[in-house]
Design a binder for this molecule. Sequence first.
Ligand code: SF4
Length: 457
Amino acid sequence: MLDLTPKEITKRKALRINPAKTCQPIGAMYASLGIHGCLPHSHGSQGCCAYHRSHLTRHYKEPIMAATSSFTEGAAVFGGGANLRQALKTMFTVYDPEVVAVHTTCLSETIGDDLPSLIKKAAEDGIIPKGKTVIHTNTPSFVGSHVTGFSNMTRSMVRYFSRENGETRELINIIPGYVEPSDMREIKRLSAEMGIKSVVFPDTSDVLDAPQRGRLELYPKGGVTTKELRDTGEAAATLALGGFASEDAAIELERKCGVSYELLDLPIGISATDRFIQAAIDITGKEPPASITDDRGRVVDIMTDMLQYLYGRKVALFGDPDHLISMTEFVKDLGMKPVHVITGTPGKKFERRIKALLKDTVPDVNVRSAADLFLMHQWIKNSPVDLLIGNVYGKYIARAEDIPFVRFGFPILDRIGHSYFPTVGYAGAMRLLEKMVGAILDRKDRDDPDEHFELVM
Ligand code: SF4
């Protein structure tokens, strides 16, 4: 399928082929679903909303609810204000959400619709019922990526809800980053086991991994509540996990309510999880319980046992920057060599961070932000790898170059499990190890001659 990708790399300026990202509103829509009782609303044409919903539906295998301002030619010329007012009336009358979270699209951004004014006028005119909230964020997809959209909507949660009343509660805000519902659940579990009373926002656990109950639940039981979001302004501190997806909201919370924050990497892999647990120790002054230290010990045990299969293997990784920073560190900890690393999300700080992580082990790493999978494929053709790690789009490269492939990140459209089993924390590290070792040994079994085809590893 990708047989025609040339090995020779020519400089490209204004062309992306298979970018390693998707559009901003998808991230905003996903973040919105992490508010309890929230109906995401796409202020643009139906096509954008249909694409964003279907992309999330295919990844989570859950029906994604979202409304649209349904722009036609008239809105494109005169603006989408009238469409938004009509949409708000319909949503509150028919679907009765607690919160409507509006994000823009390329079209409404190009028109320049002034959402704060439109929302204010709708409230003044009684279109937004008392006790209900409409929030918004701007998500022009011609800049940034889905990670930017997630970050923007999370920051809007702070802008609209967080309040301070001069009191500080025994409460820690945790902004989990653009991770799976399973990861958010695991972050909550780890925090609770460490004795931290936390508000995790957004929180898509019990929304996008909700059980089958035999009836449609428009608003599943999960999601951070509006009360919890208001309380974030009175928290003692914020832990922001992942600089690209979470730091802007933490900065806004500090600016608005004076809640200081600590920025951590996503707790993926052993080192980043250690730092997350250390931050929890610093907050509570308590040592971790045996359930956590035992899990850590199990990760170390698997790492030690499997070192012979992982050590020195060359790896190519692509995906979202916060995931990649932690994952690159993890594969380095496993003795592997991450030689090619690509994200589609713009940001030179990503490149600096990856280079700093690998300066002693892979000083000549190929790393690029705002990049595409075409370049990744060319890098692999020039310098082959033993393992490819990334989202579903990597399967084309894996097939073309016959490389073991581990699905990790967003989106994964052709497998299940990611929304149910975490990759964060020590439990997540075990799962990632299982997947990496499994992929490498499956390949070994396939390639070994009969005399080396082992029953026991
Ligand atoms: S027009 Fe913009 S917002 Fe809509 S799907 Fe395309 S990139 Fe995304």
